[in-house]
Design a protein around this ligand. Structure first.
Ligand SMILES: [Zn+2]
Length: 260
């Protein structure tokens, strides 16, 4: 069974929260998220997207205790079905353009700069500020380049998260996108449920909680999301993979939190 909410809805959800137009062809927003946030915050002053790579829905089903830092903060889990092929550049392109791979054009593991309209272009046209904080060479660091926005690209996860903390405290951006690749790289090598991968999952859940705590200190009305790109499954040899049309790869959970 595939999750009900299409990944492509995420783009218009964020646009609706920030009160701007989504790309013309974007899927409709997830009304559940928009209503949830608006009921608590009205219009949030900013959106922070925490994008940990490859955190599958089935990990939550099997290891709910690891999600405690996320669940204590974010009572709204949204069952998302990502796009095919379920690989990083294809999925993040759909998350931030609101359209399917055949429309945005990234249909395999490649990282061209997108020329179609993205959420970032919509924000810039609306006079809003956005930034991506990510590690060098990763999809999200490459496919949204060449826009009038800020890119903070670092060699290591630690530098990415340190900068993210600084930027949340400075509060200069209407949309801040923070990418963490650690679970994905470890999962590929050791398997999705290896002790090493579960440590990475725990790290991602705690990092989300740390971002929330920092955002709360600023007192700004913020919508914060824990939003992976795709799931993963175990393959022969105890390794991990993704990219296929299967529940393990397509079903993910996004969690939303209101601050302020
Ligand atoms: Zn990925």
């Amino acid at each position: 069974m595939y999750n009900a909410v299409p990944m492509q809805s995420t783009c218009a959800t964020i646009a609706a929260l920030l009160g701007i137009e989504a790309p013309a062809d974007a899927y409709a927003p997830c009304k559940q998220v928009v209503n949830y946030v608006e009921k608590r915050l009205g219009k949030p002053e900013r959106v922070i997207m925490y994008n940990p790579d490859a955190i599958a829905h089935h990990l939550w089903q099997k290891y709910p205790d690891l999600y405690t830092p996320v669940l204590e903060l974010s009572p709204l889990p949204v069952p998302i079905c990502t796009v095919m092929p379920s690989v990083t550049p294809v999925c993040f392109a759909s998350m931030y353009t609101g359209v399917s791979p055949e429309v945005h054009g990234i249909r395999k593991y490649e990282k061209p700069v997108l020329t179609c309209d993205t959420l970032f272009d919509c924000l810039i046209r609306a006079g809003k500020k956005c930034a991506i904080v990510s590690t060098a060479g990763d999809s999200i660091s490459m496919i949204f380049l060449e826009r009038e926005m800020d890119y903070f690209i670092y060699p290591t996860l630690e530098e990415v998260n340190e900068k993210a903390h600084e930027l949340i405290a400075e509060d200069k951006y209407d949309l801040l996108v923070i990418y963490n690749a650690n679970f994905d790289s470890i999962m590929h090598r050791y398997g999705p449920e290896s002790p090493e991968a579960l440590v990475a999952l725990d790290h991602n859940c705690r990092e989300y909680a740390a971002l929330a705590e920092l955002a709360e200190k600023t007192g700004r009305k913020t919508a914060l999301a824990f939003a992976p790109d795709h799931g993963c499954h175990e393959i022969d040899g105890g390794c991990g993979s993704h990219g296929l049309d299967m529940e393990e790869d397509l079903n993910i959970l996004h969690f939303w939190k209101c601050i302020g």
